[in-house]
Design a protein around this ligand. Sequence first.
Ligand code: ZN
Length: 194
Amino acid sequence: MGDYFQTIVDLDATEREAQECGARVLDWLIAEGIVAAERTDCVLGGDGYGHPPGPHFTKAVGDLDPVDLWSNGLHIQTGRTVFDSGQGDVGAATCPLCRTGIRLVDEVWEPIESAWEPFEGRFHDWAEGGEGIVHCPSCAQPSGIDRWSWEDDAYACGHLGFTFWGWAELTSAFTREVGRRLGGHRTVLLAGKL
Ligand SMILES: [Zn+2]
């Protein structure tokens, strides 16, 4: 099965509020029995410790198949992070200002070097506390790389992410509810394999 993960990334939480927002959603997940309160070594990210599924974890996945991997916990990541689905080459990036999709691979799915140029080093810059300014090749306007969106949600920049390791597919109703509990913040769902 591999080490499958899904991360709900909060696109709006600021550095200051990430911790509190994460704690609020965790309290709700525990109260609903979706995850257990005690942390065990059940995840592959971070320090290896996370919250294992609770008695009512199917509320999140709508799937009765029990999760039988050892790495089946929830890890909450706070702090400035470039979340990565680990899926390899990404097809396109979309400018937050003009909504133009910038093609990043050719017809045989090889990365187009010149297309990547405006993005080069920007994730790193943003992760280090910079703005990661990208000048859009289409409209020429500058915007932070954290505002760009990526085909198949390959990347997301944020200060708060909920990573579910080894869970069946999270339902859209569940991810919407998480967004609502985050105070109506925008979220994206990254799905990937290690
Ligand atoms: Zn643009």
